[in-house]
Design a protein around this ligand. Structure first.
Ligand code: C5P
Length: 403
């Protein structure tokens, strides 16, 4: 079943240039199974026509509080009760201010007062308007009242300014909508996840690292967030964006990651060590760039702390999941690490196989506990992460009900 199957979404469109993206948003929400009814403000109609939105949504577009014909078809109170979710995208500074003030001077603001449905706001405005004290105060009030604020994103704006204020992409809004309706089975859990590579400095310009892209750890963070967990992502340097809603702790070296992991462990219900941590660091990091004066050079290395093993030794031991990237004897090495590092589960992958593991978009895992062995077949890392998170939770619940 599609995640938005039979979900009733009211899309409120206000007068911002990003309104031109809303037909695509409606189409994508419908592709995922949602029934979408569009409400437009007067300002929105200056950017896009109701006829376009009617054509893509397959429903009458409401744009007036005082239209007797429209009220006959579906009155504003009926529409307010019909919605499972109201999304306002793009949301101008004006609609944000009017909602915060409790005004009911057009159909959309009236709907927001008249509904008991959750409301998500995707702000879109000039960066200066976004940073204005009034807008920020309104947004913080709406957050306190339980409104969901989706974005804004940063980047170049229609007016030429650069900064925060862009409406999130259609893709992101569709993902946030799906996440909104996802089963929140991790609601009471706090997951701490390490991800990405670490960098061990040699001198001010050089370092030792590995090919980890962080994609797997970030996908696990996203899947855990989507299932309702609080997520702290301790990440080495990567080129991908952290999922919206997680607490991102950026580190560079293994020692920094070790420090942060131990600082957060007491809050964690679950610790997932997905980072490809450098096993060794440079004994004496040069203060200045090393010159290539010698034919041979040697760098002396010292072993780094084993982060996940130290987490397992902490007084408050969370449920711990490690990873084992192997090129041979996968089961033998993975089970060895499971025991030696005192983990609850270990997810092993064969990085010698083409098209999976390090730096790839796909992965296949085998999950080992002391007694179990479960295969997660080759798929996109997002899909693998979703299955892994669900399996980790099953083992977590089983362990905690044993106690
Ligand atoms: O021993 P190996 O590096 O293969 O173990 C892999 C697992 O241990 C992964 O979960 C990895 O994140 C974790 N690890 C760690 N600290 C290290 C080395 C590995 O947490 N210094």
């Amino acid at each position: 079943m599609q995640i938005l199957q039979d979900k009733k979404i009211v899309l409120g469109i206000t007068g911002g240039i990003a309104a031109y993206k809303t037909p695509e948003l409606v189409r994508r929400l419908k592709d995922h199974g949602a029934d979408v009814r569009v409400v437009m403000t007067e300002g929105a109609k200056a950017f896009i026509t109701p006829l376009t939105l009617q054509a893509v949504s397959g429903n009458h577009v409401s744009d007036s509080l005082l239209d007797s014909q429209a009220e006959l078809a579906m009155g504003h109170i009926e529409l307010a009760k019909w919605a499972d979710l109201i999304i306002i995208a793009p949301a101008t500074a004006d609609i944000i201010a009017r909602i915060t003030a409790g005004m009911a001077n057009d159909l959309l603001s009236t709907l927001c007062l008249a509904t008991s449905a959750p409301i998500a706001i995707a702000p879109a405005m000039n960066q200066q308007m976004w940073h204005a004290k009034a807008t920020q105060a309104n947004i913080s009030t709406l957050k306190q009242w339980g409104f969901h604020i989706w974005g804004p994103g940063a980047g170049e704006q229609a007016c030429g300014d650069v900064g925060l204020g862009r409406m999130l992409d259609v893709n992101e809004l569709v993902t946030l909508s799906s996440d909104f309706f996802a089963d929140k089975y991790l609601q009471d859990q706090h997951w701490v996840i390490t991800a990405g590579p670490t960098r061990e400095a040699i001198d001010p310009v050089r370092y030792i690292s590995n090919h980890s892209s962080g994609k797997m750890g970030y996908a696990i963070a996203h899947a855990a967030l989507r299932a309702g967990a609080q997520v702290t992502l301790i990440s080495g340097p990567v080129n991908i964006a952290a999922p919206a809603g997680c607490e991102l702790i950026q580190v560079t070296s293994a020692e920094q990651m070790h420090q942060q992991a131990l600082a957060y462990v007491s809050q964690a219900t679950t610790f997932v060590a997905c980072a490809a941590v450098a096993d060794y660091r440079v004994a004496n990091i040069a203060d200045e760039k090393i010159k290539k004066d010698n034919e041979h050079m040697q760098i002396s290395l010292i072993k780094n702390h084993d982060i996940v093993a130290d987490v397992a030794k902490s007084a408050h031991k969370p449920f711990i999941v490690g990873f084992a990237a192997e090129t041979q004897n996968v089961e033998h090495y993975a089970r060895g690490k499971l025991m030696r590092k005192n983990l609850d589960l270990i997810a092993a992958n064969d990085v010698a196989k083409a098209g999976q593991g390090f730096n790839s978009d796909d992965n296949a895992l085998t999950l080992y506990s002391a007694i179990d062995k479960i295969e997660i077949p080759l798929a996109n890392k997002q899909i693998v992460a979703k299955q892994l998170v669900s399996l980790i939770n099953q083992h977590y619940v089983a362990k905690n009900t044993e106690k």
